[in-house]
Design a protein around this ligand. Sequence first.
Ligand code: KG4
Ligand code: ZN
Length: 336
Amino acid sequence: MFTLGIESTCDETAASVVHAGKKILSNVTASQADLHARYGGVFPEMAARRHADAMVPVIEEALAQSGVAAEDIDLIAVAKGPGLIGPLLLGLHAAKSLSLAWKKPLVGVNHVEAHLFAAMMECDPILPALGVVISGGHTFLVKIDALGKYTMIGKTVDDAIGEAFDKVAVMLGLSYPGGPVLEELARQGNPLKYRFHPGKVKGRPWDFSFSGLKTNVLYTIKGQDSDKNAPCRVEEEEKPHIAAAFQETALGDIVAKAWKAATEFECQAIYLGGGVSQNGRLRAMFQEKNSHIPVIFPPKGLSVDNAAMIAGLGYHVFLRQGADGLDLEPQTRIPL
Ligand code: KG4
Ligand code: ZN
């Protein structure tokens, strides 16, 4: 069974062809990072317009690279949310049009569940497992008993981890998206030179909070009680140390909670998902734990937003629940 996946929840227009939910035949992503860089974050209306331009060429490219003819596609899977309303509408319209024109079933996929699925899609999952989704929009720990059977353990009460990386990167004068550039800068820094503290959420030991840490970094860079538009007060050579200390604190918090949760909830493996899972320091921190519990990261191209994870998960959702109707609505917020 060949599934065409379509992803357009935020600032990536993506299409992919996947066989039997597992074998990726093509995975095409057109990033809009250049467009949003000048705003230091995603500009929703511009994102929707760029999706409109990119959608058809990206789908055509995914079909061409896969070698599968349009008439041999059996299922169309589309990210139905969570995400930005304009971008979501573009993806859903594309998917519905193709479903109607090709007379093929349509299935809506939860984008966040797809991030969770990405690291397990090409192999047989080890379950029960702990899922750790760390992206620009989401940060949570979940117990996975089976595909579609999740128990939320903890989540962020304010910023997502990727959002915190992006915002701290702006404070340090770095370009968008900030995560990879901040990681690069942090490599030249001493993480112990500055002392930041991970956020605590009263009475909720598994939850995350990054806004206090972000303010801590802001005051270090721009002075106590300053706002984000204040001028930078630290020397250039201090920035790598601040970046390193922020990264160590934020990622250290995630690794510590993930580890504790995996043990306490008797998980056989840890699966990571989302753009921040590409971070090299995060991977090293998990390795330093040196434990018997396997820690599995998404393969290249499956960490950040992509359509292969949508097509892959779409296949399983379709087998379990059947097709959605053409009245499928975008959902800007959906729980897992
Ligand atoms: O999963 P993703 O593509 O989008 C969402 O669904 O949100 O993740 C994008 C996020 C951005 O915030 C970006 O800065 C962050 O992932 N990111 C990183 C790294 N690479 C991407 N954060 C830290 N270190 C990285 N190497
Ligand atoms: Zn995402």
